[in-house]
Design a protein. Structure first.
Length: 255
């Protein structure tokens, strides 16, 4: 009969691990903190543990008995909060895959949230942009926010700045027509709030915004749509977030 050696996590042990005398970081932290392996993993994932001076967020990271493993004195076993990320993206950015990394984290982020590895995965996109638009994109891990922005999307107002041409040819009643409730696919939508921001830009705020609705509205009054950018979703504004950058939604802020 062949003996089978299992690693700390129940997987097949690797010979070179034995040679180097390494163990999983979670096991080492559990010993240091006199806590369960599960709590040790929570300390690590929350960014409270360093190895040889560098923060390590992977419980599976292997260390030797000579590795300097330290637990931040401020460490707390609070639940790891799910985050929501706001990013200013170019037209069709989703087609090229969004880039959410530390390198493009906005310096003016005032959320006081410390970036962790798990913040950069397992997101759901809420309220996609109008086709051909740039601007505010929302990615969230928080089911409460996703319910608000997906299940209750019809109640959330979105605001766009729309570049157009052909204002001089727009009919006299054109602005009134833009502000009138549209009927699409057999149902009446909430009235939009449309105004001129300047000679060539419209400001459009609407709830239950349908895919392609802004392009349809412009065409309806003879305007040529040149570009559009979403600047607000609900009560959350994109603000001065630069193109390609992102920031966290601060705790307590709601859409």
């Amino acid at each position: 009969m062949t003996d089978i050696n299992l690693d700390d996590d129940g997987s097949l042990a690797q010979p070179h691990h034995d040679a180097q005398n390494t163990i999983r970081l979670a096991k080492r932290v559990a010993t240091l903190a006199a806590c369960s392996r599960l709590d040790a993993e929570r300390y690590i994932v929350a960014g409270w543990v360093s190895v040889d001076g560098d923060v390590v967020e992977s419980p599976q990271h292997r260390v030797t008995h000579h590795s300097a493993v330290a637990i931040n004195p401020a460490a707390k076993l609070a639940p790891i909060e799910h985050v929501t990320i706001l990013t200013h993206q170019a037209v069709n950015a989703l087609d090229a895959k969004l880039s959410i990394t530390l390198a493009n984290h906005a310096a003016e982020d005032t959320s006081d949230i410390h970036p962790l590895k798990h913040h950069f995965s397992h997101h759901t996109l809420a309220l996609p942009l109008q086709p051909g638009a740039s601007g505010l994109i929302i990615l969230s891990q928080d089911q409460r926010i996703l319910r608000k922005l997906i299940e209750d999307a019809a109640r959330v107002e979105q605001e766009y700045i729309v570049d157009v041409a052909g204002r001089e040819a727009m009919p006299a009643h054109g602005m009134k027509q833009l502000n009138f409730a549209l009927r699409i696919d057999g149902r009446t939508l909430p009235e939009a709030k449309v105004s001129w921001q300047n000679e060539t830009k419209l400001r459009i705020a609407a709830k239950d915004l349908q895919e392609g609705q802004i392009a349809y509205m412009c065409e309806m009054v003879g305007l040529e749509l040149l570009a559009m950018k979403r600047i607000r979703v609900g009560s959350i504004s994109m603000g001065k977030l630069a193109l390609g950058q992102w920031r966290y939604l601060p705790p307590g802020q709601k859409f």
